[in-house]
Ligand binder design. Structure first.
Ligand code: PMP
Length: 294
């Protein structure tokens, strides 16, 4: 039988217990499913150890709090559960997906007495992500017509399921047109991010990146900022207009799954990629950090 994300061998941590992967089910009626009343994390383990596990758990709890979900576990319990699951699944390298959602005790938009569930799943196939060749040779991006909204419209710091509709729409727009990924602008028209990663632009020893005031300030983004500053690059966080893209030589994306991924083109503009680029050096340096070789 086809191995899908709903049908495979393995285990899932579900409301405090480890259950068989194929038994980790929920009802079709529920606020999480119907109203995207949910928050999640995306983490990655290297050599059996999750990179910045505690930071991710902290963000999960902050996201939940932001949308009014009270997770019925401590951060410590979630940290332990993630490790327990990775050990049980016997993974060294894997993706980690904690998820908290409102259940089906009540329906409708009132959340006052909702029930909350929590799950953690881990997997080691990256089939739903970019192809390895694309990641190596650089992605093709197209500007999405869908914009990151103002902070008055959505709590942008929360990694909440609801706002991901903007990312889903943008990603589909890009793929339907034959591109790998979408560049999202914000409600003011400035460059914001890609659908599951942040963006950096390189010109000589200057690295420019947008101010995360209406999109996720990724954990990878923060790691990379620290890394390039330590290497003596001039890191500039500022508002960036799309018509400035032509002034840059290299572009790359950052994210837990994307790590550092080079960008080959955005719309009809091309950027440098390959072994002789600063991005390539950063990719190697980042790998050293996450694998603990640094
Ligand atoms: N922006 C969006 C919309 C994302 O989904 C992600 C991935 N979590 C990121 C940025 C990068 O965040 P991180 O580096 O924490 O994975």
């Amino acid at each position: 039988m086809l191995k899908t994300f709903e049908n495979r061998d393995g285990w899932i941590w579900y409301d405090g217990k480890i259950v068989e992967w194929n038994n980790a089910k929920t009802h079709v009626i529920g606020q999480g499913l119907h109203y995207a009343s949910a928050v999640f994390e995306g983490e990655r383990a290297y050599n059996g150890k999750i990179f910045k596990s505690e930071e991710h758990t902290k963000r999960l709890f902050k996201s939940a709090e932001t949308i009014g979900i009270k997770i019925p576990y401590t951060q410590d319990e979630i940290n332990k559960a993630k490790n327990e699951l990775i050990t049980k699944m016997d993974y060294k390298e894997c993706y980690v997906r904690p998820f908290a959602w409102r259940g089906g005790k009540l329906m409708g938009l009132s959340t006052t007495n909702s029930d909350v569930h929590v799950s953690i799943a881990v997997w080691d196939d990256w089939s739903t992500y970019y192809k390895i060749e694309d990641m190596k040779h650089g992605l093709t991006l197209i500007t999405s017509p869908w914009k990151r909204p103002s902070p008055e419209s959505i709590p942008f710091e929360a990694k909440a399921s609801g706002p991901y509709l903007i990312c889903t729409l943008s990603k589909s727009f890009a793929e339907e047109k034959g591109y790998n990924e979408a560049l999202m602008l914000d409600y003011r028209g400035y460059i914001a991010e890609a659908t599951s990663s942040n963006i950096f632009l390189i010109k000589d020893k200057e690295i420019h990146t947008p101010i995360p005031d209406c999109f996720l300030n990724g954990i990878t983004r923060q790691t990379v900022i620290e890394m390039v500053k330590e290497q003596g690059f001039n890191l500039i966080e500022r508002y960036i207009q799309p018509n400035e893209l032509k002034n840059f030589e290299e572009v790359f994306l950052t994210g837990t799954a994307a790590e550092i991924t080079p960008v080959k083109s955005i719309d009809n503009l091309n950027f440098r990629t390959g072994d002789n680029t600063t991005t390539f050096q950063f990719m190697k340096d980042y790998k050293k950090i996450v694998t603990g070789a640094n």
